[in-house]
Design a protein around this ligand. Structure first.
Ligand SMILES: [Zn+2]
Length: 171
C-alpha cells in the first residue's frame, strides 16, 4: 500500500500547490514554477522532488496506487487540475497518445500534420519565429507560460515547438 500522507502534510501540500497554480482559458491549472524537460510541474516537498499533477491528485482525490500513473485528459503536462487528470497504467498512456494522434510524432513524424495545416495549431509562422527568438526559460514574460498567455495557446503548444516536435520547418 502507498504511504498515506497525514492531514497536516496534505494541507501543507495543498497550500503550496494552490499558491503556484494559475488557471488558463482551457480551465487548466498551470504550474508556475519549475518544470521538467517534459513540461511537467515539479516541486520540492519535505526534501523530495515530486510532480505537481501527482501531488494535486493526492491532495484532491487520495493516494495514487503503486505502479499507476496520473494522466492528463487535457494533454497539458503542466496542468494540475484534478478534474483534468485520471489514473491509468503505462499502457493507458500509450493508448491515450495514439488516440490523440501524438504517436505520429514518435512513430512516423512525417505523417504528422505540420504547422498551420495542423488543426490543433493556432499559431502563425510569424508567432512561431517570435517565440523561438524571444524564449527565456522561467522568464515571467518570455518563459513558456508568459508566451502561452501572450499567444492564447497552451503551454504544451509552446513546449512542442521549442523542443522541435512541431514547427520544425520554421527556423
Ligand atoms: Zn488541464
Amino acid at each position: 500500500m502507498p504511504k498515506k500522507k497525514s492531514v497536516s502534510q496534505l494541507s501543507k501540500l495543498r497550500q503550496k500547490l494552490l499558491q503556484n497554480l494559475e488557471q488558463d482559458d482551457n480551465g487548466c491549472w498551470n504550474w508556475c514554477l519549475s518544470q521538467t524537460g517534459g513540461g511537467y510541474g515539479q516541486l520540492i516537498f519535505e526534501g523530495k522532488r515530486i510532480y505537481a499533477h501527482r501531488a494535486s491528485w493526492e491532495v484532491h482525490k487520495g493516494p495514487i496506487p503503486i505502479g499507476l500513473w496520473v494522466l492528463h485528459k487535457c494533454d497539458n503536462p503542466a496542468c494540475a487540475n484534478p478534474s483534468h487528470l485520471f489514473i491509468g497504467t503505462v499502457d493507458d498512456n500509450a493508448k491515450d497518445m495514439v488516440s490523440k494522434g501524438r504517436h505520429y510524432l514518435t512513430v512516423n513524424p512525417e505523417l504528422a500534420p505540420i504547422g498551420e495545416l495542423n488543426g490543433r495549431s493556432k499559431l502563425s509562422e510569424v508567432a512561431v519565429r517570435y517565440i523561438k527568438s524571444h524564449y527565456r526559460p522561467r522568464h515571467p514574460k518570455f518563459g513558456r507560460i508568459g508566451l502561452a498567455n501572450k499567444f492564447k495557446v497552451s503551454t504544451q503548444t509552446i513546449y512542442l515547438l521549442l523542443s522541435g516536435q512541431s514547427w520544425r520547418h520554421v527556423g
